[in-house]
Every structure is written in C-alpha cells, then in structure tokens.
Write a protein that binds this ligand. Structure first.
Ligand code: NAP
Length: 294
C-alpha cells in the first residue's frame, strides 16, 4: 500500500509512519511544512502528485483553550481540513483514515460510549472535530473515522508542546515529593504505538465507517498517576485534588470512556488493557504488579 501520513511528525503521526513502514507499506510522511490541510488547493495538489491509495490524517488543532480563542481557525483545520482531505481522497480513489476524539461526547454517561451514542460536544474543539467527522462521512464512502482518547507516545504532542501526562507526573514527583491529581474525570489512556497498529489492521479491511479506538478499560487521572508511580517504584505522596484546585478554563467531559464496539464486531480489536500500553511505554516487565484494577 502507498500511504500518506498527514501530521507525520506529531505524537501519533510518528508512530503511524513507523507502523505502516514495519508492515512493509510505502510511507509518504507529510508534516505541516509539506501540506496545509485548511487550504483545499494545497491538499488537492499534494495528494494528486503523490497518488496514495490510503491517506491517514492525524493533523488537528487540538489545544482546547486555543480552539476557544480561535474558533474560526479551529473550524478551518478540524472541520474544513477534514473535508479537504476527504474530497481530495475521493478524487484520486483513495481511502481516508481520519482521527477524531472522545471530546465529541458531553460525559453525562456513566458507562462506555459506543459508536451509536449521540455526540454532544462541550467545547469548540469538540464541535469542530465532530463537524470534521460529518464532512468526512458525507464526502467519501471509503473512510474510517476513528475516535480515540488521552493518547501518549514517545514523540511529544506538538500542539501541547511540553511533557505528556506521564512525564509531568514523574517530574512533579521528583521535584515536590507530593502530587495532587483529579479523581473525577475518567478516560482511557491510549498508547500511540497501539493505536497506530490498530490503524494498520483496520486499513486492511473494507468495512468503512465510524470506529471507537482506545485501549481497554478506564481510569481517572488520579488512578493513571497511581499506576505510573507504582510501575516506576516512585516514592511520592499522591493525593486527590480538591474540586476547585485545578479549575478548567474550558468544559471537558467528566467521563469520556469509549467502547470499541465496531472493532470487536469485526473481530479486529487489537487493543490490550491500558495498563499494558503504559508498561510498554515505561519499559516495565509484564510481571510487575498493577496497582489499578478498575
Ligand atoms: N492528544 C490527545 O490526547 C488526543 C486525544 C484524542 C484525540 N486526539 C486526536 O489525535 C490526533 C493526533 O494528535 P497528536 O497528539 O498526535 O497531535 P500533535 O502531536 O499535535 O500532531 C499534530 C500534527 O499535525 C500537524 N498540523 C497541525 N495543524 C495542521 C494543519 N493545519 N495542516 C497540516 N498539518 C497540521 C502538526 O504540525 P505542527 O505542529 O508543525 O503545526 C503536527 O505534525 C488529532 O486528530 C487529535 O485531535 C488527540
């Protein structure tokens, strides 16, 4: 397969490039310097010149506070950018894998969201990503829209330029000896190499549509931190943060756990429990005792 990866030097994009290359595919990585997805002409010209059979879009404007400050730009990238890629893919007969988010949900459920649950985003980011999903689904039959959650990888997240949650927890533990983390927001931490492998597996089939794609299980950010410290034998006092200690500038879903129902139905769900992805990331042996079982 000839595969274009858009956002190829991003946190997820870097692992997507690696996963397709490991699979023996021809990979054409595109960074933001190579393509501007908000510009339809740039997208059409690039894809026409490269003629891939598959396009994987990992590019987005996903810093939630910046999206609130610049809603037009967020819509241009997350919604129109997705449409531009879908149109260009349709014109050259390519399939599009488009990465979306758990933030399309409002978090009012208390059990995992599946693909049939109605979305109701709380933020500009969530709304523009949902609009992007709709554009892709309305424009191109040969699409896979994948919603994922709380991703982390070895390459840093370019939009949030800094440390990922794991690195931040370890840094704070070392510097302060005490760390306080919220226990009221539930997600599924998903390692980017695992998501990248799932994208490769899904791209081999023709069951186009919308898929949830996260590691198995769920945890609060507090439980995620507890597991990080347990697996790294970090000496730290971990406490639950008070309800007003870290006030969010932008509303976020309290519960955005996703169920990979579509992938399971096809029998191609390759994800393991989130603790396994974390162990791999930290380079910890599988026999190490897990702290969190929820
Ligand atoms: N991070 C999370 O926890 C999370 C959770 C759920 C879903 N997602 C989704 O997962 C995907 C990947 O996230 P990530 O963490 O890997 O992001 P990332 O590290 O910020 O990478 C995004 C990539 O897209 C490029 N890009 C941004 N705007 C672009 C544009 N207008 N045209 C072309 N390229 C552009 C960036 O280049 P520059 O940096 O040079 O601009 C970067 O290479 C996104 O769709 C995001 O919405 C993320």
């Amino acid at each position: 397969m000839k595969v274009v990866v858009v956002g190829s030097n991003g946190q997820l994009g870097s692992d997507v490039v690696r996963a397709f290359a490991d699979n023996g595919d021809e990979v054409l990585p595109l960074t933001h310097a190579d393509i501007e997805i908000a510009d339809g002409e740039s997208v059409t010209n690039k894809l026409r010149a490269l003629e891939p059979s598959l396009v994987v879009n990992t590019a987005a404007m996903h810093h939630v506070e910046n999206c609130e400050l610049q809603p037009e730009r967020a819509f241009a990238v997350n919604a129109l950018g997705a449409r531009n890629l879908a149109r260009a893919a349709r014109d050259i007969g390519a399939t599009l894998v488009h990465v979306s988010t758990d933030y399309v949900f409002d978090g009012s459920k208390v059990s995992p969201y599946d693909e049939g649950d109605p979305p109701r985003p709380l933020s500009v980011y969530g709304n523009t990503k949902l609009a992007g999903e709709y554009f892709v689904r309305a424009t191109l039959d040969q699409h896979f829209v994948l919603r994922t959650s709380a991703i982390y990888g070895k390459s840093h997240c370019r939009a949030k330029s800094g440390l990922n949650f794991i690195q931040l927890m370890l840094k704070l533990a070392k510097e302060r000896g005490e760390v306080r983390v919220v226990d009221s927001e539930f997600v599924t931490p998903t390692a980017t190499p695992d998501l990248a492998r799932q994208i490769v597996a899904l791209s081999r089939c023709e069951n186009y549509g919308l898929y949830h794609a996260t590691a198995e299980g769920a945890c609060s950010w507090f439980e995620f931190a507890r597991e990080i410290f347990a697996l790294t034998n970090t000496k730290v006092t971990l406490k639950v943060a008070g309800p007003d200690e870290f006030p969010a500038k932008v509303p976020r879903p309290k519960y955005s756990v996703l169920e990979n129902r579509g992938l399971k139905r096809l029998g191609i769900n390759t994800f393991a429990p989130w603790q396994e992805g974390l162990r791999d990331y930290l380079g910890v042996s599988p026999s190490h005792t897990a702290a969190v079982t929820r």
